[in-house]
Design a binder for this molecule. Sequence first.
Ligand code: FAD
Length: 507
Amino acid sequence: MNQVSFIGEYMNNPEWTEITLKESYARWQDMVAWGVEFYKYDDGEYVWWPPRPPEMLAKFPMQSIRMVQRKHAEVCRSQATKTGVNILDRVMIADLLKQDGKVVGAIGFSIESHDLYIIKAKATIMSAGASAFKPNGTPLHVITGDGEAMAYRVGAEITGKEWNDCHPSRAEFPAWQWSPRKNLSTSKKDDFGGLPSKVNAEGDLFADGQSVTLYIEDVHEADAGRAPVYWQFGSGTADYHDLVAGPEGLPRNQLDLDAEQEGKVRMVVGSSLGMSVHNTEGIWPINTKCATSIPGLYAAGDSLGARPAGARYPNMGFSTAYCSATGTRAGVAAAEYALQTKKPIVNEEEQMRVKKILYAPIERQGGFTPGWVTQILQNTMMPYWVLYVKHGERLQATLKQIEFMRDRIVPKLTAKDAHELRLAHETKNMILGAEMKLRASLFRTESRGTHYREDYPLRDDPDWLAWVKIKEEQGEMKLHKEPIPEKWWPDLSKSYEERYPLRFPRE
Ligand SMILES: Cc1cc2nc3c(=O)[nH]c(=O)nc-3n(C[C@H](O)[C@H](O)[C@H](O)COP(=O)(O)OP(=O)(O)OC[C@H]3O[C@@H](n4cnc5c(N)ncnc54)[C@H](O)[C@@H]3O)c2cc1C
């Protein structure tokens, strides 16, 4: 619990941190029972991750176990099917249906035939993942913030948009997923060299690889003129991990081949552009049952902004733990609600309203293609001096661009087929997400964790021991400050440096 609050700079909600830590154990037991596999050392013990030497483990005790990647989805799907779940494949949900102040289902279309789907539901759980702007890197191309955009449009509150996820990618092959086994040794339990340190272009070490997760120090190095930055692996040999070596059979860059000889890999940050800290962004819950402020609407996983983590991601594996715990909580609560609710009636007017919005891009004869608009959005939001090294003036200038896109470009998005229709809706949602990110970044007039404002380079306790909530009010995006209860504050009698050992460049 302390690790999460300390790393997250006290922006987490400890009630949810505790739920995540405690309830994910039962969810893991479910998964084992269903046949999901987890890595084990040669002696049969589970692989604990990240591998920390004892002195670091005393400081940062949280570890997780590692799931064998890319197999669990099939297991979970078959488990769901066995319990009678009806899965609609390749259907994009575009909007929620609202009737008499309640969410009563959703509307979508087949991304192959653009056939219409109207789903009437007593209770709806939003679990469409997080938000990003389709950066060319870590696998984020399906998470365009659709869930929170749909929820925002029916009046729900959104939070956590000012933070940044800082997943890096291999610079030479940004979209390459490395090896599924990643830097995993199942025979060397006490080899702590598996996690990379970071070195800059001058050869100086700037992060030790043990204590820091997903922070923006790479950007600070680049801003200071010390890029490229590299991951430096402990042993530097490919026999410990198959990570250093690039993919075989592709043309290579000499810079990267030279780096590999020294056990280094050139990395880029910004490859998860648009995403906030996992679980810290999303739809604001009104209770610990994952209900939102709109009756009938629940949220789970990355779509739920319950804030078990804070301004920085606390530990590998934490997000899956939270998603599994909230998935179950939302499921149970939505079922209880549905049992007490009458069959929904969605009037013709509401169905026609959302249907018109859904098909507008395909019915338009001319306009802007979503591919082009997405490119412009990326060009606008991607420079590191917008979201990673922020300043009020630059945020305002970028917001002007995004407002223009919202008002003049989005209404003219066009699609020639079902595939482009999906892209058009994603693009619209990403532009809404960009506006939220810029406004939340302007609103939080301090620096903290992954939110760095050059014009406000210090944490501002206790004024900004608060969360930011975003809501649509009379067609306008409004932001509110939600104070964090005093019982969860850091010890303000400690010096600033003790509370916050991480320094920002301009402090
Ligand atoms: C690069 C990266 C690395 C990560 N590494 C780790 C890690 O090491 N450990 C860890 O614990 N967590 C990690 N996470 C986080 C973890 O993957 C997520 O927290 C988790 O997958 C979220 O689960 P979810 O079910 O809420 O959402 P997702 O897994 O994102 O699933 C959302 C689903 O909704 C679908 N969808 C979205 N919009 C629509 C729509 N409009 N209509 C229909 N379907 C839609 C998407 O296609 C997707 O299948 C990582 C995340 C990323 C991006």
